[in-house]
Design a protein around this ligand. Structure first.
Ligand SMILES: Nc1ncnc2c1ncn2[C@@H]1O[C@H](COP(=O)(O)OP(=O)(O)OP(=O)(O)O)[C@@H](O)[C@H]1O
Length: 251
């Protein structure tokens, strides 16, 4: 079966820094795929290239077989993206943002209004109907970002840190929606620093270290009999005894 997302040899250099070093990744259809890695490992750069937001120096990205760079319209119709630090039209309400983006995508107005209504309701944003995005909390921003990613009913969701700075109640809502999306036949790739969350949600995981994939596969293949956190620390460094303490903090 064609993978939901397949990236081959994706590479990106920023000046001297090789941020992503010929990464390969294969996200099977119907999978809930977690991308984990330390700060600066290259997750955001990889995901940005995978969805056509950042032009790679080399390599390819295909969404259900459609090349993100040579067949962008086909590829982008199939994917919903929650980028890191999503820029939103700040002076619109959540409903206006959804209506604006839906119409930009060429969706029929009635359908946009109906879906916006449902998304705001399910994401518990209906109560903030008169509130401008500029006044939204961080969690509300993530939720409206997720709504914009879902609006056109994509088959693949690519979410960069969807739970960062989100409170547990909003996180529970987002988890329910994402699980429902996968149950309904969708595929998800998300990046996260929170191993427990990835273990709870994902069935596949890739550990990215210094711009390369250090391990990838099903959750059980990658972590074996250990916790994902122990596996992660063993793979990306942090040898025992290597962690220094601050002596002047002892009383
Ligand atoms: N626009 C840019 N210009 C210069 N360097 C960049 C740029 N974007 C990313 N980098 C560098 O590329 C490397 C990978 O960054 P990236 O943001 O992809 O990592 P990440 O795994 O998403 O990190 P985090 O978990 O902290 O979000 C880092 O060393 C970063 O400093």
């Amino acid at each position: 079966m064609t993978p939901a997302l397949e990236i081959n040899g994706l590479t990106k250099r920023f000046g001297e820094k090789l941020a992503v070093d010929a990464i390969d990744l294969r996200v099977p259809q119907g999978s809930f795929y977690g991308l984990v890695g330390q700060n600066g490992a290259g997750k955001t750069t990889t995901l940005s290239m995978a969805v056509g937001l950042l032009r790679p120096d080399g390599g390819t990205a295909r969404i259900f077989g459609a090349d993100v760079w040579s067949a962008p319209d086909e590829a982008k119709a199939l994917v919903g993206v929650l980028p890191d630090g999503l820029a939103m039209p700040e002076r619109l309400t959540g409903r206006e943002v959804l209506t604006f983006l839906g119409l930009l995508r060429g969706m029929p107005r009635d359908e946009v209004l109906r879906r916006a209504d449902e998304l705001l309701d399910v994401l518990e944003l209906s109560g903030a109907d008169g509130t401008l995005v500029i006044e939204y909390s961080t969690g509300m921003r993530k939720k409206i970002g997720l709504a914009t990613a879902l609006l056109h009913a994509p088959r693949l969701l690519v979410l960069d840190e969807p739970f960062e700075a989100v409170d547990p109640v909003s996180a529970a809502t987002i988890k329910t929606i994402l699980r429902g999306f996968v149950r309904g036949g969708g595929s998800i790739v998300l990046s996260s620093h929170v191993m427990a969350l990835v273990e709870q949600l994902c069935d596949h995981v890739a550990v990215v270290d210094a711009g390369r994939v250090a391990a990838a596969g099903t959750l059980d293949e990658v972590r074996g009999s250990r916790s994902l956190e122990d596996t992660f620390v063993a793979l990306v460094g942090g040898e025992d005894g290597g962690i220094k303490e601050l002596s002047w903090l002892s009383h």
